[in-house]
Design a protein around this ligand. Structure first.
Ligand code: ATP
Ligand code: MG
Length: 368
């Protein structure tokens, strides 16, 4: 596994359960996935000796982080099966390439303009408001600036940081945000999980509901759109397609993750096959099957200091009391504002009841 975050950790747990051993390469010694690793590589991704050692240790390679260097994946895939490959990684780690790919393949997406310098913002001929995003290295809303007015646009050129290029994306007046996890096998079989309904705070996923509260035909359109996007890439692996539901006749593609997704954590609890087991299956060339849904779920992300509050025994107990909550903590050593520290899955029959419980838990954790 390239990358040692929580996604890699859940992959490793699934793989260990199925009888595999898992080597994790991540420069951080205390990366969450290392808790489950049978082999640990702690050097930077640019280390040539580790590359040789890693390649001779493993039989197949997957990834869990968008910013793994594409050159590293190219070097590995010439020796060992690597799923997904550098093709989907290269698309996902550059917003401009990703958007061009989507547009060239006829998929609907939000309007945007590319800029090479922040000072070019004033020349962008496109209706406001916008969200300006860096083309590379963005995550959890980092590297994004919202611009509502012409005045803000003029101010922004001195505030935008990071390396260009950037995209100025029109703000989409969506009814709901959805995401669909798609699995593609080595034999071309392609399945989707039901869409989840997602809410974000400051660009970070806050809650994720499954099933989404949409009608069956919208559900079908969302799943089909996501499936077509991944089929057009044609790479085996687990992917997530993030969508903006503008109205039932208009669903836009926001972005593609070439890996399991935060909004798919619930598949561990509420599906016969989790997204992580499917990542193992796709990697090892095993069959990909349509998973069965066992219950409805609401996922609540535990962000930053909420983890400190949750770690108190009385808070943990309060959350667990309903009997519907399951706590997952990632074992991250340092707490930073907005950092994903863990999540709680509320399982049951009624999504509205679960959402209420998740909101009550959030109020306890965040003191709001
Ligand atoms: P991640 O990789 O964590 O999903 P990211 O930093 O790559 O996030 P995006 O998915 O592009 O960023 O944006 C994060 C969130 O910001 C979106 O899920 C959505 O809530 C909001 N957002 C982004 N772009 C737009 C847009 N054009 N219109 C409206 N909201 C947007
Ligand atoms: Mg996103």
């Amino acid at each position: 596994m390239l990358g040692g975050g929580q996604l890699g950790g859940f992959f490793a747990e699934a793989a260990l359960r199925m009888g595999y051993k898992v080597a994790v390469w991540d420069p951080s010694e205390s990366a969450p996935a290392k808790r489950f690793a049978t082999h640990k590589f702690n050097t930077p991704f640019s280390d040539a000796n580790t590359l040789n050692e890693f390649v001779s240790t493993v039989d197949a390679v997957s990834l869990e982080w968008e910013n793994i260097p594409v050159e590293l994946v190219e070097a590995i895939q010439s020796h060992k099966p690597t799923r997904p490959s550098s093709k989907s990684l290269g698309l996902a780690q550059n917003r401009i390439k990703e958007k061009q790919f989507l547009r060239d393949n006829g998929f609907p997406l939000s309007e945007y303009k590319e800029i090479n310098r922040p000072s070019d913002l004033v020349k962008v001929d496109q209706e406001l408001p916008w969200i300006v995003k860096t083309a590379t290295m963005g995550y959890d809303g980092h590297g994004q600036w919202r611009i509502n007015t012409e005045h803000e646009r003029d101010q922004m050129s001195s505030q935008i940081s990071g390396e260009g290029p950037w995209v100025a994306e029109k703000v989409v007046p969506f009814e709901m945000e959805l995401s669909v996890v798609v699995v593609q096998g080595t034999d071309g079989t392609c399945i989707t999980y039901p869409a989840t309904e997602n809410t974000h705070e400051n660009g970070i996923l806050r809650m994720s509901m499954c099933p989404a509260r949409i009608d069956p035909s919208t559900e079908l359109s969302a799943q089909n759109l996501a499936k077509e996007v991944i089929k057009s890439i044609g790479d085996p692996g687990v992917f997530c397609v993030e969508l903006f539901l503008v109205n039932p006749d208009k669903i836009l593609v926001n972005e593609i993750a070439p890996r399991p997704h935060n909004s798919g954590h619930h598949t561990i609890d509420s599906f016969s096959i989790s997204q992580y087991e499917h990542q193992v299956r796709a990697l090892c060339g095993l069959s990909i099957s349509q998973p069965l849904r066992i219950s409805s779920t609401v996922l609540l992300n535990v962000l930053g200091d909420e983890a400190t509050t949750l770690s108190r025994a009385e808070t943990t107990d309060l959350i667990l009391k309903t009997g519907r909550a399951r706590i997952y903590m990632y074992g991250k050593e340092s707490v930073r504002p907005g950092r994903k520290m863990g999540h709680i899955i509320f399982s049951g029959d009624n999504i509205d009841v679960l959402e209420k419980e998740a909101s009550e838990a959030l109020a306890v954790l965040s003191d709001r």
